[in-house]
Ligand binder design. Structure first.
Ligand SMILES: [Zn+2]
Ligand SMILES: [Zn+2]
Length: 331
């Protein structure tokens, strides 16, 4: 199971969503559901491929892993799927102490909170903010106040086990059409960090969108503006708004501008990021990961920050956790 999880992790970080990646995810599901004794027997008898969802290559890996053999496929895949980073970007990556935007199985992520945290620890992070979706995003199983409270309780238990690593509580709250938020202050003020993002009506008029975003970033409950244009490279045009108003508001109301590291987003685009720097905004470099492998995407945003000359000391997740918490508390 661990070997297959590792394969899926490597394919995820390479943003491989093709046939092979799907086959491994499927095989992992099968392995999770078959009793270990049966797997062992089938490996010895050479009948693993009789299981629906196990093919020749997955069967080979399972057999090697059960025998305690070297896993050449895994080593090869590790080498082939390293996320590239420039020398300039590396300076930012080395400075990062955490990740402030990521999802778990509670909403539309593919991994448990614990799996995400353990991967973050392996990447050298000291903390992460769990930011699952808010209820409006029904397709992503957004969290209502009750489920969010349950999640916060789970995080508390996990934190005892994973200390000194810290999982901070949070949410990626939807910015509704009028600029209000998909949870009230009674919910949001209890969370450590709030990312606010536009996920609906991305095509609304320029002035309306400006007012919507300014209203959201001016909210005392919002700490970070997520993927500000909503673009999906090659698939969806960026939304249009007046960046002068939005970034001036971010600077004035202490809302950081997220540099979203997802390869299909890389949001904000360079000219907008440049403007945000000129307005003296704060920033975050966040993976927006929906699986463990995607936590390795921060280099994409680090390269972008380096290109545009984002001051590294203005990137919130290069700060120690206590300093970050003081900033989001407005102290
Ligand atoms: Zn989002
Ligand atoms: Zn997200």
């Amino acid at each position: 199971m661990e070997a297959l999880e590792q394969v899926v992790h490597y394919l995820d970080r390479a943003h491989d969503t093709g046939f092979k990646a799907k086959a491994f995810v499927r095989a992992l599901d099968v392995v999770r559901s078959v009793p270990p004794d049966e797997l062992q027997q089938r490996a010895e008898a050479g009948t693993l491929t009789d299981l629906d969802g196990i093919g020749d290559s997955t069967a080979a890996i399972i057999t090697q892993a059960l025998d305690g053999d070297d896993l050449p496929y895994l080593a090869d895949l590790d080498a082939k799927t390293q996320v590239p980073i420039t020398a300039e970007g590396e300076r930012y990556r080395r400075a990062l102490k955490g990740d402030l935007h990521l999802h778990s199985r509670w909403s539309d992520g593919g991994a448990t909170i614990e799996a995400m945290a353990r991967t973050a620890i392996a990447l050298g992070h000291e903390y992460m903010v769990l930011t699952d979706h808010s209820p409006r995003l029904t397709v992503a199983h957004g969290l209502c106040a009750d489920r969010l409270a349950e999640q916060v309780a789970d995080v508390e238990v996990l934190n005892e086990r994973l200390a000194p690593f810290r999982i901070l509580t949070g949410i990626e709250v939807d910015i509704l059409e009028d600029g209000t938020l998909d949870h009230g202050p009674e919910v949001l003020s209890k969370l450590d960090v709030v990312v606010a993002s536009v996920h609906s009506k991305l095509r609304m008029g320029h002035d309306e969108m400006t007012a919507r975003m300014v209203r959201a970033v001016a909210s005392p409950d919002v700490d970070i503006l997520g993927h500000c244009t909503g673009r999906l490279i090659g698939k969806r045009e960026p939304s249009t708004f007046d960046p002068d108003y939005v970034f001036a508001a971010c600077a004035q109301f202490h809302t950081a501008v997220e540099i979203n590291c997802r390869p299909e987003r890389l949001d904000p685009p360079r000219p907008l990021l440049q403007m945000a720097v000129e307005y003296g905004c704060y920033f975050t470099i966040d993976s927006d990961a929906h699986s463990t492998g995607q936590l390795e995407w921060q280099p994409h945003g680090c390269d972008r920050a380096a290109e545009v000359g984002v001051p590294v000391e203005r990137v919130l997740n290069t700060w120690p956790v206590e300093e970050l918490l003081r900033w989001v508390a407005g102290e």
